[in-house]
Design a protein around this ligand. Structure first.
Ligand code: SF4
Ligand code: SF4
Length: 333
């Protein structure tokens, strides 16, 4: 998958599409396989980038087990009292029980920088279905498989014994523990849809046309063109050593203003160092490429890269996975 961060509006439609489809059973209420966080920010789970995991120089790097509180609990609200309690304006919606101190989108729109040069952008995340999955290597039960046919990384819940070594090992902290079922669970890349030629729910529902789907080696598809041909999309934290298969087109930003309020093009609004810390040094080449391709289109020339990113035809984003799910008779097992 490729996600264009210049088009994400942080609406969470992807998050809800995933939630409705996959994480409504018991024990899954605090699970958000798809998250969208404001960056710079502490993310979901809180401070996940400091929790370790993955590989360093080919060797497994120790990782921390994120707690349920780090992810954020599924809070219960006093709906009954507000809507049916007959108390009128004297009550308002409040969390029942312990006061929460973190949640999946807690620091929304806070970002960084000082007025008038504040900045932020949204970072949607799913399991990266890595080529070298740290979760798979860490599982002593061999309960995690990377499928030969499509590269999807899946947890076999019949084999899982809930040891949670996978949660410690995943440097992206994209695995949840189901306390009711006592198994680890995570994004399944909508494999039952993919098998039927239907794009992932998060991608199909995205109103921003942010998400491209397809096989990396399909030279007619958008992933190969964006990642390999144009080299315009990069993995998040490549230094974690898992070879992620979700790639990001990095965010451009409006220009800065100087003390007099004039446009100051001498340095970018989003500091280069910050983007390099997320996507590695190649991010600077991608930003330069995007700017030069944008300049071409402004001068009336054609740019295949800009055309791809604009995604004039919605279905072209899905690399052949463009079947309408309404045409399928889904069988619930
Ligand atoms: S992102 Fe984490 S859970 Fe997903 S395949 Fe990679 S290591 Fe495993
Ligand atoms: S649905 Fe699309 S635009 Fe909305 S938050 Fe998700 S990726 Fe961003």
């Amino acid at each position: 998958m490729v996600m264009d961060l210049n088009k994400c509006i942080g609406c969470q439609t992807c998050t809800i599409a995933c939630k409705r489809l996959w994480t409504r059973d018991e024990g899954m209420d605090y699970q958000w396989w798809n998250t969208v966080n404001t960056m710079p920010g502490r993310g979901t789970p809180r401070d996940w980038e400091q929790m370790g995991g993955g590989f360093q120089d080919g060797k497994a790097r120790p990782g921390k087990l994120p707690s349920r509180r780090d992810f954020g609990e599924a809070w219960e609200f006093n709906h009954e009292e507000v809507f049916h309690g007959g108390k009128g304006d004297s009550v308002h919606l409040q969390v029942k029980g312990e006061e929460p101190d973190w949640g999946p989108n807690w620091d929304e729109d806070q970002g960084a920088g000082e007025y008038p040069n504040a900045y932020y952008f949204y970072l949607p995340r799913i399991c990266n279905h890595c080529t070298h999955p740290a979760c798979l290597e860490a599982c002593p039960r061999k309960a995690i498989e990377k499928r030969q046919e499509d590269g999807v990384v899946l947890i076999n819940e019949d084999r899982c014994r809930g040891y949670r070594f996978c949660m410690e090992a995943c440097p992206y902290k994209k695995i949840y523990f189901n306390h009711a079922e006592k198994v680890s669970q995570k994004c399944i890349f909508c494999f039952p849809r993919i098998e039927q030629g239907v794009a992932n729910a998060c991608a199909r529902q995205c109103p921003g046309r942010v998400r491209f789907v397809g096989y990396r080696d399909d030279e007619e598809g958008p992933i190969w063109k964006l990642v390999d041909k144009w080299k315009a999309a990069l993995p998040l934290h490549p230094e974690y050593g898992t070879d992620p298969n979700v790639f990001y087109v990095p965010p451009l930003a409006p220009p800065r203003f100087d003390e007099k309020g004039d446009v100051d093009e001498s340095k970018p609004r989003i500091p280069d160092e910050y983007l390099v810390s997320l996507f590695g040094p190649k991010v600077l080449d991608v930003l330069a490429l995007m700017k030069s391709e944008m300049a071409k289109t402004r001068a009336g020339e054609k740019s295949e890269l800009m055309d791809l990113l604009i995604a004039y035809r919605w279905k072209d984003m899905f690399g052949g996975f463009d079947r309408d799910p309404a045409t399928i008779e889904w069988v619930k097992s």
